[in-house]
Design a protein around this ligand. Structure first.
Ligand code: NAP
Length: 461
């Protein structure tokens, strides 16, 4: 597929970008490698200064850059602006905090003759990152900021439907004074991508995307014995217990499910509600969904954006049809949607049995899976029966009970009385088929460093 920006609201092709030639890929790899040899020797202060300049530049172009996101993949302008703010916070967080986590640690040793040794976090080289379209800048920054802070350099392959966002990020880095090769966006084919992963100059691979892409890219990285991190899909459960503030939970759930037109990896996609409050929850949820306003994503009153592409909408409709063919009930929440643009009316699916393919799937859009269960134990069992394990949430008036449910959930993250967690100082990642590795915080910073052990001994000892 070519790299093409098609506005999901107007359905107009706005810009196309040619694939990189093999010669351009080779030159980018060499330039990145050369940049690494210099960058790895720079001080932490120098790296922090660059991250701060990137944050400053981004701050200055907030409105212009937000509009690129809205035009590339349809998200609400207000959400695009919030994404930029979030990127700025991540950049500033690493500018301030990375140095503290990258200091050599002295550790005592009873077996080593010197009596102690050091663990020195050391840069490893070019990190190749493959990113999705749903948060076009934020996904880049979650990996780029820690990698630059750690002394690594980055080559990006972005999703083929958000090339303007990718190109805009390249420009931003140049404006901020990043030396050539420190960050390189490449419009590559999947075949070229495989060759980049196999190239000796690339030392690590980070993917955020679907489970299908994860299986391919993790396999390619493994073939070359390269470390990888995989931030993949999710079908997060939102559990509502009988002591929860039900109407509040329903409002949070509806808002979380339809943010970014429902195209969020950690959106609550499966509402699991105990019998005692099920009817109340459904009524309040349906009402909150009915209040969504679909329309021009740049208009402040709009709360439901179009889907990112025609293919995304087609795929989601087919998924709903398949769920129904296998016994589920689909309730379309009738809200008015514009006649142009890849909008989809919200759908609530019920009656999804364990043998329905939908039971195991992620729905990436305004489709809610709703389950009624007897009690807390049944809620946890259902939540854990998903192949995914990204995030999850539990709503209850009793925080201690919420914590004990959180402990029982097989996911990377659990929020109590909120749909999801987030922020530059909160680690992000999943387990099971949602992938492995963590982004953000010190955990993301240390994913692609070499924890080198250095000891000083006494030759005569
Ligand atoms: P996708 O199809 O997997 O695409 C993600 C990226 O992978 C794109 O850049 C895509 O490039 C690339 N890609 C796919 N197959 C490839 C291959 N064989 N070789 C090289 N590159 C390949 O995912 P998506 O549909 O765009 O994004 C939605 C998915 O991402 C959802 O499952 C969502 O839950 C997940 N996600 C996870 C997180 C997280 O942090 N866990 C965050 C956001 C999204 P092309 O466009 O060129 O195919």
């Amino acid at each position: 597929m070519a790299y093409r920006s098609i506005n999901p609201f107007t359905e107009q092709v706005e810009q196309e970008f040619p694939f990189a030639s093999d010669a351009e890929v080779e030159s980018a790899l060499q330039q990145a490698h050369d940049a690494f040899e210099t960058w790895r020797q720079t001080s932490h202060e120098h790296r922090s200064e660059l991250l701060t300049r990137v944050a400053d530049e981004l701050h200055d172009v907030r409105d212009e850059y937000a509009r690129i996101l809205t035009a590339d993949m349809g998200k609400l302008l207000v959400e695009a602006s919030a994404e930029i703010d979030s990127c700025e916070r991540i950049l500033r967080w690493y500018a301030e905090h990375a140095v503290g986590y990258l200091q050599p640690q002295v550790r005592p040793s009873g077996s080593y003759v010197g009596g102690s040794y050091e663990v020195v976090p050391t840069a490893t080289g070019v990190i190749y990152i493959v990113e999705p379209w749903n948060f076009p800048y934020y996904q880049i920054v979650r990996v780029l900021a820690p990698q630059l802070a750690a002394g690594n350099v980055v080559i990006l392959k972005h999703a083929s439907n958000v090339p303007r966002a990718a190109a805009a990020w390249q420009k931003l880095m140049t404006r901020a004074g990043a030396p050539e090769g420190l960050f390189t966006n490449l419009f590559v084919t999947h075949e070229q991508s495989a060759r980049i992963i196999a190239d000796d100059r690339v030392r690590g691979v980070a993917l955020t995307g679907s489970e299908a892409a994860g299986a391919v890219i993790a396999g390619q990285a493994a073939q070359s014995l390269k470390k990888s991190t995989m931030e993949l899909g999710g079908a997060d459960a939102l559990i509502v217990l009988e002591d929860a503030e039900v109407e509040k939970a329903a409002r949070w759930a509806a808002r979380g499910r339809h943010r970014n037109a429902g195209q969020v990896c950690v959106a609550s996609k499966r509402m699991i509600v105990v019998d005692a409050v099920y009817e109340r929850f459904v009524e309040a949820y349906r009402q909150a969904v009915r209040e969504l306003v679909a329309g021009d994503p740049t208009a402040p009153e709009t709360t439901l954006a179009p889907l990112s592409s025609e293919a995304a909408r087609k795929g989601l409709i087919e998924q709903v049809e398949r769920a129904v063919a296998n016994g589920a009930h689909a309730e379309t929440v009738e809200i008015s949607v514009p006649s142009t643009g890849w909008f989809m009316q919200p759908v609530i699916l019920t009656g999804i049995d364990a043998d329905n393919p939908a039971y195991l799937e992620e729905f990436f859009g305004p489709v809610t899976q709703l389950y009624r269960v007897a009690d807390e134990d049944a809620a946890v069992a259902l939540a854990n029966s998903s192949p995914y394990g990204l995030g999850g949430s539990v709503f209850t008036a009793d925080t201690a009970r919420g914590r004990s449910v959180a402990e029982r959930l097989d996911t990377g993250m659990v929020a109590i009385n909120r749909p999801a967690l987030g922020g530059p100082d909160v680690p992000f990642g999943g387990t099971k088929r949602s992938g492995y590795g963590r982004e953000l915080t010190d955990l993301g910073l240390l994913e692609f460093v070499n924890l080198k052990v250095v000891g000083v001994g006494d030759i005569d000892g």
